[in-house]
Design a binder for this molecule. Structure first.
Ligand SMILES: Nc1nc2c(c(=O)[nH]1)N[C@H]1C(S)=C(S)[C@@H](COP(=O)(O)OP(=O)(O)OC[C@H]3O[C@@H](n4cnc5c(=O)[nH]c(N)nc54)[C@H](O)[C@@H]3O)O[C@H]1N2
Ligand SMILES: Nc1nc2c(c(=O)[nH]1)N[C@H]1C(S)=C(S)[C@@H](COP(=O)(O)OP(=O)(O)OC[C@H]3O[C@@H](n4cnc5c(=O)[nH]c(N)nc54)[C@H](O)[C@@H]3O)O[C@H]1N2
Ligand code: SF4
Ligand SMILES: [Mo]
Length: 696
């Protein structure tokens, strides 16, 4: 007999579509919530099929260990598995000091888990070595918005506001594939007559629905933004009152963009000057406009500066803080927003506090009941931590929660080598991901529908993940795992494992911080369809819109930041003549650890592929569906050719959802942005050749 429906959210992306789950004896029935404000009854195919993994036959239900590096994984008891982790931690601490142990988290973790992972690292392990996959995701925008606005909230307004903008510019963002239900807000705008401009080296699904598509060379968006600002100034489209009253630093930016003439920008970006002019005109003359960026703008060694260039443009036009206008970044993972607020980032304490700020340390140490001086300082960023695993000064025992770095980190062969050099790799997951398959200890954890917790969506709206069914026997939640390990390690600080209790502690730890959750409760979230942070007390309504009167800087003004174009760290040459860019397809999610195990999604998109322009395909003698080999200085990958004139003829695009021979990250360049430490996933150089069909 059917049980009552549970209101919860899709486990995948940052849209966190509202769904209902009804548990029947034979299966779990999933349907969209018709009235949830982000998806209003919509779901993408990943969401529709999200319940399938709950009873996936190869679901992990017992801890796994291996007795030697070359021995296979075998099942064991929880006691044995946790004892092994404890012994490995102690040994690495003895041999290498506290920083010999590290944690790697994920933006899919609930706020409670992300908060506890940060506390576990600093208090139970005493290590500075903790970072997470969000470093690969939105860190460039986080850095740029923090330096401009004093705060990093992906959308500083509700998603629905997008419908009110007359012009929307999407920079390296493909929500038509990456957040399909969000398109209803874009469509609503378009049906009112709004104009959309997409900037993408591919004619993506989103570009296809836009009035104007600018198709730059990968990694040249900064020059494009400076060129648009140059034209806005030339044509008198800038908002001088707004600039005078609400910002500082414009003069330096004006000086820098003076040399970004349209023909120079055309030479750098490949975008015809006439198109640049058209885009600048549409944007400058609009009465309401939004500039939205995503990973295509950010995942570059100049991603922070590129985001700053688009913020400069938005500020000069007077957009941020005005109704129906603004600058925003589309966050990616389910809890990509909350996951970067509560302390799993190397330099951070809960509430978006800084680990190097004495007041922040004192506040959080008081909540945790420890001496502020006992807290370690800032650690190293995600790729830098992976790069040093098993080496002098690096981590020797690594605990991974909610990331499949063997597939999703750049320069995959190097990362695999480093993982193999660890004394002990511990992975908590519910499937045997490529990373879990390399581990010495695998801890089977609960899935989204089997647990409670909060998730903060792309709008900064804190949501409730509700429990719909019991986990299979033998499975623990990440919170239970952290508690058990802290106890075994003799940590005197308590680690609650009930999400509500952890959330109450998080509220206290975040109180007074930028991301203040003090006034948010599970009951309020349930009653109000989510609560927007900051929300400093229970009487406070929450903050759907930021920046109406002031920015979160000390003087309330936003900051311009002058930035100059520079090339990607690696550009095509005679040996590796094409750009490679990477990203997503509609049916798969991230490293594919989950979606490659869902039948309907595998049927929809069975194979890894590379998008090539017909000219390039002809040059190398490849037809549709043939296999191609991509190779460069770091590695190679074999993929099925998808021939399409939607892509620039100098660029190849590969989704990163597959492992093995088809790992896009075998090729990507781990050049890091100097500010955000984000790797350059979206531009490197490759050679492309046909694979002999008889000897693939
Ligand atoms: N189906 C699906 N949806 C997802 C995810 C998924 O894995 N699958 N992941 C979620 C997560 S974590 C994230 S971060 C978001 C990401 O969401 P998006 O940022 O929308 O996704 P991407 O495909 O990584 O990149 C967007 C676009 O950038 C373009 N691009 C590549 N290089 C450049 C460049 O140099 N300049 C410009 N302007 N554009 C460039 C690509 O062609 C691509 O169309 O999606 C979320 N939603
Ligand atoms: N080439 C290239 N590489 C990229 C990108 C790109 O555009 N191009 N994008 C980057 C971006 S934006 C991102 S966000 C990363 C994402 O890449 P990953 O960090 O690898 O993300 P997922 O594939 O979602 O891996 C999450 C893993 O954790 C497990 N999991 C899910 N929920 C939980 C939980 O609550 N607890 C635990 N313990 N495990 C859980 C899942 O089963 C899965 O194995 O990839 C980055 N890598
Ligand atoms: S758009 Fe994102 S949250 Fe919504 S159903 Fe798809 S994956 Fe889930
Ligand atoms: Mo992401």
């Amino acid at each position: 007999m059917d049980g009552p429906p549970t209101l919860t959210h899709c486990p995948y992306c940052s849209l966190q579509c509202g769904i209902t789950l009804r548990v029947a004896p034979d299966r779990v029935h999933l349907a969209p919530q018709e009235d949830f404000p982000t998806n209003r009854g919509g779901l993408c195919s990943k969401g529709w099929n999200a319940a399938e993994l709950l009873d996936y036959p190869q679901r992990l239900t017992e801890p796994l260990v291996r007795d030697r590096r070359d021995a296979p994984l075998r099942p064991t008891t929880w006691d044995d598995a946790l004892d092994r982790v404890t012994r490995a931690v102690r040994r690495s601490q003895q041999d290498y000091g506290p920083d010999g142990v590290g944690c790697f988290g994920g933006g899919g973790l609930t706020n409670e888990k992300a908060y506890h992972l940060g506390k576990f690292a600093r208090v139970a392990l005493g290590t500075s070595q903790i970072d997470y996959n969000g470093r690969f995701c939105m860190s460039s925008s986080a850095a740029a918005t923090t330096r401009a606005f004093g705060i990093d909230r992906g959308l500083p307004f509700p998603l629905a506001d997008i419908a009110a903008a007359d012009v929307v510019v999407l920079v390296g963002a493909n929500p038509a594939d990456t957040m399909p239900p969000a398109m209803q807000w874009f469509d609503e705008g378009r049906s009112r007559g709004a104009t959309h401009i997409t900037i993408d080296p591919r004619r993506s699904s989103t570009a296809r629905g836009s009035k104007l598509h600018l198709q730059p060379v990968p990694g040249t968006d900064l020059a494009l933004a400076n060129g648009l600002l140059h034209l806005a100034i030339r044509h008198g489209h800038i908002d001088t009152d707004y600039i005078a009253e609400r910002t500082c630093g414009f003069e330096q930016v004006r000086r820098v963009v003076r040399s970004y003439w349209p023909d120079r920008v055309e030479r750098i970006t490949g975008v015809p000057a006439a198109q640049l002019d058209e885009a600048a005109g549409l944007l400058g003359e609009a009465s309401t406009a939004m500039v939205l960026t995503a990973r295509g703008a950010e995942q570059h060694s100049n991603g922070t500066d590129t985001t700053s260039a688009f913020i400069n443009l938005a500020l000069a036009l007077g957009l941020p803080g005005r109704p129906g206008s603004g600058f925003a970044t589309l966050t990616g993972q389910g809890n990509g927003q909350g996951g970067r607020e509560h302390g799993q980032k190397a330099d951070q304490l809960p509430g978006y506090r800084r680990l190097d700020d004495p007041q922040a340390r004192a506040h959080v140490a008081a909540v945790w009941g420890v001496d502020p001086d006992s807290l370690p300082g800032p650690g190293t960023s995600a790729y830098e931590m992976l790069d040093r695993l098993g080496t002098d000064g690096g981590v020797h025992t690594l605990l991974v929660f909610a990331s499949n770095v063997a597939v999703s980190a750049p320069h995959a062969s190097h990362v695999a080598q480093r993982l193999a050099g660890l004394d002990c790799l511990v992975v908590s997951d519910f499937v045997l991901s490529e990373t879990a398959a390399l581990a010495d200890v695998v801890l089977p954890c609960t899935q989204w529908a089997e647990e409670e917790g909060t998730m903060t969506n792309l709008e900064g709206r804190v949501l409730l993940r509700r429990k719909a069914l019991d986990p299979p026997p033998g499975v623990s939640s990440d919170l239970q795992i952290l508690r058990a390990l802290a106890e075994r390690l003799g940590c005197r600080v308590a680690f609650a494992d009930r999400p509500r209790e952890v959330f109450d502690e998080l509220r206290a730890a975040s109180a007074g911080g930028l991301a203040d959750y003090a006034g948010i409760t599970y009951d309020r979230i349930a009653d109000e369809q989510g609560v927007f942070w900051p929300c400093p007390n229970e009487e406070h309504p929450g903050t759907p819109r930021l920046f109406a009167d002031r920015f979160a800087t000390p003087d309330g003004r936003a900051r311009f930041h002058p930035v100059q174009h520079r090339d990607p760290a690696e550009i095509p040459d005679a040996q590796y003549p094409y750009y490679l860019s990477t990203g997503r397809s509609r049916s798969h999610y991230q490293s594919g650890a989950q979606t490659r195990r869902v039948r309907a999604l595998v049927t929809a998109e069975p194979d890894a592929y590379a998008e090539l322009h017909p000219e390039l395909a002809r040059r190398i003698g490849v037809g549709p569906g043939d296999f191609v080999r991509l190779h460069n200085r770091r590695g190679s990958a074999v993929l099925r050719a998808r021939i399409t004139d939607d892509i620039r003829s100098d660029t190849v695009f590969v989704p990163f959802h597959w492992g093995g021979e088809a790992t896009a990250n075998a090729l990507t360049n781990p050049a890091l942005d100097p500010v955000s430490r984000m790797p350059e996933f979206k531009a490197c150089a490759v050679a492309v050749s046909a694979v002999d069909a008889r000897h693939p």
